[in-house]
Design a protein. Structure first.
Length: 285
């Protein structure tokens, strides 16, 4: 009992010493309320599209029982889901994952030199400014814009790979920079005192400190890219998104539902294993 009373007294004493920033809190809340009111006031025309509501309702209904048929009278589930042909959902999801994988891989490889270039503790303030500017320019354009740009160069899945590669550079480089700038300089100084060469310092001083963070970042970006790859079909950049958007446009709700059958479990599985792997890499548990 005495220990509990003593602990309570310590907590109360600590709380009593906490600065009371009532005025600052009131100002912050007031600003947030004002910004929220200003933002809501800009939404002046809210009209629900009856056709859109009907589409959403049908997608949900057919998701649980996609009883549609193809033009040849074959059940959609059998023709699109229970097949390994190139038109089937399993193959399209495989293509989607490969688009995300290659895009992440190429983006990560390109992000490494850019991240080192943009790290102040490696290249200095002036040179790093060029790298940061480059990363900022890449990050300003969403994946759809990059996909539309690359579709003028190549069609289909290759354009999707290029779009995901470039957009991955922005995020991966930014997180790589944080890891590089948090390097323990004491290790490098210790290696320097032993007469280690530059390559040896990179091999034994820098790489071991960065490997875990780099791998964790790449895996996390792959998880995001799988989701991006599923919707690049909006602009015709390959993957299952192309088939799903065509089905929505033709009101083929059974096919939309079957595409979702492929997308949802794959995304869940990738997120699950991505989290497990990243936790293992960063904490060893």
């Amino acid at each position: 009992m005495k220990k509990n009373m003593k602990a309570t007294a310590i907590v109360n004493e600590t709380l009593s010493r906490e600065p009371n920033h009532v005025l600052i809190k009131v100002i912050v809340v007031s600003i947030l309320v004002a910004l929220s009111y200003w933002s809501i006031s800009s939404i002046t025309d809210v009209n629900f599209n009856e056709n859109g509501v009907r589409v959403a309702r049908n997608v949900i209904r057919y998701f649980f029982w996609p009883d549609g048929t193809t033009d040849q009278g074959e059940p959609i589930v059998l023709f699109f889901f229970l097949t390994l042909e190139s038109h089937g959902v399993p193959y399209l999801m495989y293509e989607t994952i490969m688009i995300a994988f290659l895009g992440t891989l190429f983006g990560a490889v390109l992000a490494v030199p850019i991240a080192f270039l943009a790290s102040k503790n490696i290249t200095g303030t002036y040179v790093s400014g060029f790298g940061i500017t480059l990363i900022t320019l890449i990050r300003t354009m969403p994946v759809f814009v990059w996909a539309m740009f690359f579709l003028t160069i190549a069609s289909g899945a290759f354009a999707g790979v290029l779009a995901i590669s470039v957009t991955s550079i922005g995020m991966i480089s930014k997180l790589f920079i944080e890891a590089i700038e948090d390097i323990d300089k004491g290790i490098l100084e210790a290696l320097d005192s032993t007469g280690a060469t530059t390559l040896q310092k990179i091999r034994y001083g820098i790489i071991p400190q960065l490997t875990a963070n780099f791998l964790s970042t790449i895996i996390y970006r792959f998880e995001i890219n799988v989701k991006n790859a599923t919707i690049l079909g909006l602009v015709g950049a390959g993957g299952i998104g192309t088939t799903m958007m065509g089905a929505i446009g033709s009101f083929n709700f059974s096919l939309v539902a079957v595409c979702l059958w492929g997308i949802i479990p794959v995304v869940f599985v990738i997120e699950f294993f991505s989290t497990k792997i990243r936790t293992k890499i960063t904490t060893g548990e």
